[in-house]
Design a protein around this ligand. Structure first.
Ligand SMILES: C[S@@+](CC[C@H](N)C(=O)[O-])C[C@H]1O[C@@H](n2cnc3c(N)ncnc32)[C@H](O)[C@@H]1O
Length: 206
């Protein structure tokens, strides 16, 4: 599928991600590294991760941060402007990561990943594609690999962002395919997006 076709199939009506980046209208971006990322990093949660992927990475600074930590990091995105931004940031900091253009959900890696970092991508895609997302992430990870997820909490219908309630996430990531940690899950209010909290959950692929 061409990038343009993937875009129309996977982008919610009215949402042109490439235009958002070109126009600088990106309210989902935090001012720096996500506080959950910092907690995970500083507590050693990524210690046994060698290969990690960020689907729908946009301009997220976590991609370069993983590269800085010495991980083999990969980011996928539909937006060439966002990927160019990442390319320049990596170059400026003498870092490297693999940048994969096109539809994240169609991506088929050559080798499995140890971890997936999920940050405002699942809530950005149409809820109709959530099954595709779960199957993609499960396929990418080795058994025992982990999904570091920030699940956007939002009561109102519609999106993006589309709410990712814990009940809906349990349906999407069922216990026969994923191991769930015990709640409660730490909440990180978003500085924009009306302060909606994201819940930090680490799921392990069975
Ligand atoms: C809300 S933004 C989040 C960006 C980034 N994860 C962050 O935290 O800043 C959603 C991102 O997903 C990308 N995207 C949407 N649908 C996609 C798809 N099917 N495949 C790849 N990227 C996609 C958009 O281009 C955009 O960069």
């Amino acid at each position: 599928m061409s990038d343009a076709a993937a875009d129309s199939a996977h982008t919610p009506p009215g949402m042109d991600w490439e235009a958002r980046f070109r126009e600088g209208h990106t309210p989902w971006e935090r001012p720096g590294l996500h506080p959950a990322f910092l907690q995970w990093r500083d507590s050693g949660a990524f210690a046994d991760v060698k290969r990690i992927i960020i689907p729908g990475c946009g301009r997220a600074p976590e991609l370069a941060a993983f590269a800085q930590m010495g991980l083999d990091a990969a980011g996928t995105d539909l937006s060439e402007t966002a990927l160019n931004y990442q390319r320049n940031k990596l170059k400026e900091n003498n870092l490297s990561a693999v940048l994969i253009p096109g539809d994240s959900l169609a991506y088929a890696p050559d080798a499995p990943f140890d971890a997936v970092y999920e940050q405002t991508f699942l809530c950005a895609i149409s809820p109709k594609l959530r099954g595709d997302y779960e199957r993609a992430v499960h396929r990418w990870l080795r058994p025992g690999g982990r999904l570091f997820a920030l699940f956007m909490q939002k009561e109102e219908p519609g999106g993006p962002p589309y709410g990712c309630s814990i009940a809906a996430m349990h349906d999407l990531f069922p216990g026969d395919r994923w191991t769930w940690p015990e709640p409660p899950y730490p909440a990180f209010p978003h500085p924009s997006l009306s302060g909606k909290p994201e819940l930090a959950v680490i799921l392990t692929r069975r």
